[in-house]
Write a protein of this length. Structure first.
Length: 260
């Protein structure tokens, strides 16, 4: 019974663990889906607000139109900079720091946009005329900072692409030169005539060799089986000296008879 109880307890614990994992996974999936929906909703709302601001810029004259133009310029500059930085982040990790600076800049832009929205509802024209120049100056500073980072990131990407293209072009030229290696071989008359004139370059065969033989040139040393200069059969068999002595004995009687 104790073993059965232990097994049941283990099964219960495993079931509770699996159920907890399922609940945690479901909650995470629901949060991710909610964040995705919220992000798309925020983007859609922002797009609608941009369209409305653009319409107010052209339809409302005076200070109201200037406020709408300032808000639209602020949003457009920040969105364009964020798009450039995020697109290049996968290839250049240094842009992460630029994105952090842009996030801090976006906080100031959000505060400024709120002040501009409040000023847009201000019924007092004098109040609008007094506050608008200051707010526009702040908007220009934020816009200039965002544009500076965007232009620097674009120049950095262009420089990296140009350097990579230069290296790739050099590698392609080197590979093309390797494929055309036969063009680098010598094509002079000496290279073409070397096979035919090889027999005349053997030592001792040309006229220069015969002329040099009397001028102290070293004689050619025969090899073991190199023709007439090599050892004869009697030398190889050890009969050279007895044959010479026998020839001398046969010559002595003939010499004596002729003398008498």
């Amino acid at each position: 019974m104790d073993a059965v109880g232990v097994v049941l307890g283990l099964v219960l614990l495993i079931g509770v663990g699996l159920l907890s994992l399922a609940v945690v996974g479901t909650v995470k999936a629901a949060k991710a889906m909610a964040a995705k929906v919220e992000r798309h909703e925020a983007n859609a709302r922002r797009a609608v607000e941009n369209v409305a601001l653009k319409a107010k810029t052209y339809t409302k004259p005076g200070a109201q139109g200037q406020i709408s133009a300032t808000r639209l310029s602020l949003r457009t500059s920040l969105d364009g900079t964020r798009l450039v930085l995020e697109s290049g982040l996968a290839e250049d990790g240094q842009l992460a720091e630029s994105l952090q600076l842009l996030a801090r800049l976006d906080v100031h832009a959000a505060e400024l946009d709120g002040e501009l929205r409040i000023l847009e509802r201000e019924p007092d024209a004098g109040r609008i005329s007094a506050k608008l120049p200051e707010l526009r100056e702040r908007a220009e500073r934020i816009t200039h900072s965002a544009e500076t980072m965007r232009w620097a990131a674009q120049d950095r990407m262009h420089r990296f692409a140009e350097d990579e293209l230069t290296r790739l072009s050099k590698e392609c030229e080197s590979e093309a030169g390797a494929l055309r290696h036969w063009d680098a071989a010598p094509q002079g008359p000496g290279a073409a005539g070397s096979p035919a004139g090889g027999s005349g370059s053997v030592p001792g065969a040309g006229p220069g060799a015969s002329a040099g033989s009397g001028a102290g040139a070293q004689p050619r040393r025969p090899g073991l089986t190199s023709g007439p200069g090599g050892p004869g059969a009697e030398e190889l068999l050890g009969l050279g000296d007895p044959l010479q002595r026998l020839a001398q004995r046969l010559r002595k009687p003939s010499t004596g008879s002729s003398a008498g």
